[in-house]
Design a binder for this molecule. Structure first.
Ligand SMILES: *Cc1c(COP(=O)(O)O)cnc(C)c1O
Length: 449
């Protein structure tokens, strides 16, 4: 088997995610034969450094021996069982551990199979909570501009990435969008904290105005990942927590992308010392092995649904593969790796390597900014450095960097004109330097004339 044969078979039968399929008339589709550590290998023997953790899911490398063994062991006992009326050891152990490692006060785990589905649970639970409390006017959600929470209709409604959303507008919930605390737009000399606080005035106004009709505010703590890796200061989260309490509006933290160490702490909310009313996690939860997501919440929310059957207060949401034991086994092995190694401490060293390896890129005449939060580093390409004028999106400059990187053994799938590294934690310092070099050369080529 070679790349070409497989790609041709694929293109006859598969409709790929987030892809204009016509692109593959010129852009090769790459069949992957195997993965090991931070590397993937195709059927022609080319190797690629997986700098984006296969869409932000992989934490400890491909075919990680520990996680693979845990799944294999679980396979001998139980592959799956209905979770309504039944339970199993892996999900009990995982839930106990999750309630221990997440911010204090999150005591209940509802399971689903994708990040989007966990967001749907949070939205429905928050709405339903207020219904059960007799607050029938609470029917709307507040979210940030440039946010992303998934692709199902509810999750899409609270998101704000035009590219994914505009077409479906007529189908979506009427959401209140509030100015993002995104620090890319800070003024000259302004600190991240000041910039984020300035944006908070908009949130405060929206909460004051819509408190009676708002169920919850949903945010991505610290980094709006799909929104081109835009970043903000933890002080915003601290203020938001206070304001949500004041106005009796839930706070939903979507840590599907930023959870499990990506921002430098196990969960991004820790950096603001807050506990959300709902915490959505997914992606890295299973180390990048199997689809699994969780919506955690607190005793107060749980109690509002707990009553006799006839009151019809129960949360009757479900998914067929809810709490799949194989996925739970992968998640438990992933948490074991965190537990037995100082992953967060070692990542501090790696993220410092990333910072140093990429510092010079901010001097590039077509780079507006190199920004970083923990293990996420992003490079914003622009047409004009002065005034940060972007390239027309039709030029697809980021795609040129992607192509260059593929030819040089790295996967740097950009978000528009933003090139970013969000690598598995098993990446080595010399591999980070290699990535920085490939990114620099790619940006040179992409920004020529
Ligand atoms: C990826 C992502 C989701 C959606 O998760 P899926 O598993 O792709 O459905 C939701 N929120 C954030 C912040 C994400 O990055």
């Amino acid at each position: 088997m070679d790349n070409n044969t497989l790609a041709q078979r694929d293109l006859k039968v598969i409709w790929h995610p987030c892809t204009q399929m016509q692109d593959h008339e010129s852009l090769p589709l790459i069949p992957i034969r195997r993965g090991h550590g931070a590397w993937l290998e195709d059927f022609n023997g080319n190797r690629y450094l997986d700098a984006i953790s296969s869409w932000w899911v992989n934490l400890f490398g491909h075919t990680n021996p520990r996680i693979s063994a845990a799944i294999q062991a679980q396979l001998h006992n139980l592959e799956h069982v209905i979770l309504a009326g039944f339970t199993h050891e892996p999900i009990i152990e995982l839930s106990e551990k999750l309630t221990r490692i997440t911010p204090a006060g999150l005591t209940r785990c509802s399971f689903a199979d994708s990040g989007s589905a966990a967001v749907e649970i949070a939205l429905k639970m928050s709405f339903h909570y207020w219904q059960n409390q007799g607050r029938k006017n609470k029917t709307r959600f507040i979210s940030l501009t440039n946010s992303y929470h998934g692709e199902t209709l509810g999750a899409l409604s609270v998101g704000d990435v035009a590219l994914y959303k505009d077409t479906y507008q007529a189908l979506l919930l009427d959401t209140i969008h509030v100015k993002s605390p995104d620090c890319y737009h800070r003024e000259a000399g302004e600190s991240w904290a000041d910039c984020s606080l300035r944006a908070f005035a908009d949130m405060e106004r929206a909460l004051a105005r819509h408190a009676e009709e708002a169920c919850a505010v949903i945010i991505e703590p610290l980094v709006q990942c799909a929104g081109a890796m835009r970043m903000y200061d933890p002080v915003y989260l601290a203020r938001l927590r206070e304001a949500c309490d004041k106005y009796q509006v839930h706070l939903i933290a979507d840590e599907i992308a930023v959870g499990f160490g990506r921002t430098g702490t196990m969960f991004a909310c820790e950096q603001a010392g807050i506990t959300p009313d709902f915490l959505c996690i997914g992606k890295g939860l299973t180390g990048g092995y199997l689809p699994l997501s969780v919506c955690l919440t607190n005793d107060d929310v749980y109690a509002a649904f707990y009553d006799t059957y006839a009151t019809r207060k129960a949360f009757l949401h479900s998914h067929s593969y809810t709490g799949n034991p194989l996925a739970c086994a992968a998640a438990l092995a992933t948490l074991d790796i965190f537990n037995e190694n100082d992953v967060i401490g070692e990542n501090k060293i790696l993220s410092e390597h990333m910072r140093r390896a990429c510092a010079h890129i901010s001097e590039h005449p077509h780079v507006a900014e190199v920004r970083q939060t923990g293990m996420i580093l992003a490079i914003e390409m622009v047409k004009e450095k002065n005034g940060r004028k972007p390239y027309p999106w039709q030029e697809r400059r980021g795609l040129a960097v992607f192509r260059h990187a593929l030819d040089h053994g790295a996967i740097l799938r950009p978000l528009g004109d933003v090139i970013y590294f969000m690598p598995p934690y098993v990446i080595r310092p010399e591999e980070i330097e290699q990535l920085a070099k490939i990114a620099w050369e790619g940006i040179n080529i992409a920004t020529k004339e």
